[in-house]
Design a protein around this ligand. Structure first.
Ligand SMILES: [Zn+2]
Length: 463
């Protein structure tokens, strides 16, 4: 039994169904779950540990719904800096093909350290390339040491260049092995209990890197075990053309044919979806991982997030892999989501006064995507808001920062409108993993040294 009492927050943002924001709020966490929430008079006066957060804003932990941790090793690679998705992938596949189990381990720690320091308490990762004996287990082990909840996606690629796919043949895997390994991982790690630290997801990489057969077999296997399904979809116009030429279908219609539309599925990106496809997502319960920075970085486009939200589609936020964002700050991504939606609003007519105007995303809507939206996408009813019975996952930021000076009439919006800062506290299941802006579970300076060594070795070509 362990208890944590947080009290006196300047403002506590619950993200509950009434979107309550409680001045002077706090909460009491017992064994990882919230037992009480409210102002001082609603809270016990004692606990094993007490945090007085006078002058801080407290929010539900941010949730990352799409990432490729290993790509932290290949940020800003010169040959991939100015390319669109297909050319960027072709430049990076050979480098990724040199990774070892140690590289997966180090890059997981780096990505999760960065995420935790940006207020993230749950992250989904999509690992789809397994060269030189690497396994998803390498990532799971590294994550358990940091203390962030992990939805580890067993990704896959099976359609090499010689069969009409995009990746070179030496980085794809045998399909029967992929399915056997997926089953092993589910049986070994998948935890369905409230407060789970690890869940497994099945995630063939994309329509242009796996066969239809593997997509379908993965869906059958996932449903046999009740795990979620994830893939990249409708990210670029190149992908749309590939699907039309290869299958005579648009990406969403292809997934429909493969039995891949349902409340247990979420797609990364969905930039190129039309009105009918958005309605289809809403009807079937599919979720979307919106990755605005990556979509801008790779010149992919801007996803129709406001249209999706208005149609009732579950939308979460993803920083995407660190080779197409080059950063893993979820708070920054929240700001990007709001700004990208406004660029789109302008293109759709919001800059014209009079007449019917296109809706503009608010800071609170962006925060909603980053918290309860992400929880819905991942199928986690125990996460995403601060309420009795939910996990004690929070982050807190001190408000007297230079970045917020002059913006404290509305501290909740300041978090999104002003320049992104680091979290001062990040707490997962009542455990403090970031304290006073420092990660408590890992020596970041040593990690950066080892990470840079591994990155140099990979990019320079020695194994
Ligand atoms: Zn991705």
């Amino acid at each position: 039994m362990s208890t944590l009492l947080i009290r006196n927050a300047e403002i506590l943002v619950t993200m509950d169904d009434y979107r309550r924001e409680i001045p002077g709020g706090g909460l009491f966490i017992r064994d990882g779950f919230i037992e009480y929430i409210g102002t001082a008079e609603n809270l016990p006066s004692n606990a094993d540990e007490i945090l007085d957060l006078t002058g801080y804003i407290v929010l539900p932990g941010l949730i990352n719904t799409h990432h490729h941790f290993y790509q932290t090793l290949t940020r800003v690679v010169p040959t991939a800096q100015n390319a669109n998705l297909f050319n960027w992938l072709k430049a990076l596949y050979p480098i990724w093909g040199r990774m070892t189990p140690g590289d997966i381990y180090i890059s997981t720690q780096t990505a999760l350290a960065e995420l935790a320091l940006s207020g993230c308490t749950t992250a989904s990762d999509h690992l789809y390339i397994f060269p030189n004996g690497t396994r998803l287990d390498d990532e799971i082990q590294a994550a358990s040491e940091i203390g962030v909840r992990l939805h580890a996606s067993r990704g896959s690629m099976s359609l090499g260049e010689s069969k009409g796919g995009l990746p070179p043949d030496h980085v794809v895997e045998d399909e029967s092995f992929i399915l056997k390994d997926s089953q092993r991982l589910i049986e070994q790690y998948h935890d369905t209990k409230p407060g789970a630290m690890i869940q497994i997801v099945l995630a063939p990489c994309s329509p242009f890197s796996v066969t239809s057969n593997l997509m379908h077999s993965s869906a059958v296997l996932a449903r046999e075990y009740g795990v979620h399904l994830h893939t990249h979809l409708a990210e670029t116009q190149d992908e749309e053309l590939f699907c039309e030429v290869e299958f005579g279908l648009r990406p969403v219609a292809l997934m429909d044919k493969l039995d891949w539309l349902g409340s247990d599925v979420w797609f990364a990106h969905s930039v190129y979806v039309n009105k009918g496809e958005i309605e289809h997502y809403a009807k079937t319960g599919c979720g979307v991982a919106h990755c605005p920075t990556s979509n801008m970085r790779l010149a992919s486009g801007i996803a129709p997030t406001m249209e999706m939200m208005q149609a009732g589609v579950k939308v979460g936020l993803g920083v995407d892999g660190s080779a197409s964002n080059d950063g893993s700050s979820l708070l920054e991504e929240t700001r990007q989501a709001m700004l990208a939606a406004r660029v789109r609003a302008g293109l759709m007519g919001a800059s014209k006064s009079g007449g019917e105007s296109f809706p503009i995303m608010t800071a609170r809507q962006a925060l909603e995507i980053a918290t309860r939206g992400g929880a819905a996408v991942l199928g986690r009813h125990d996460l995403g808001s601060l309420e009795t019975g939910k996990c004690g996952d929070i982050f807190a930021i001190k408000l007297n920062k230079l970045e917020y000076a002059g913006g404290l009439h509305d501290p909740v919006s300041a978090l999104v409108f002003c320049a992104p800062v680091k979290a001062d506290y990040t707490i997962v299941g009542g455990k403090i993993i970031v304290k006073d802006g420092e990660l408590q579970t890992l020596d970041v300076h040593r990690l950066v040294e080892r990470h840079n060594q591994a990155s140099r070795r990979l990019v320079n070509g020695s194994n």
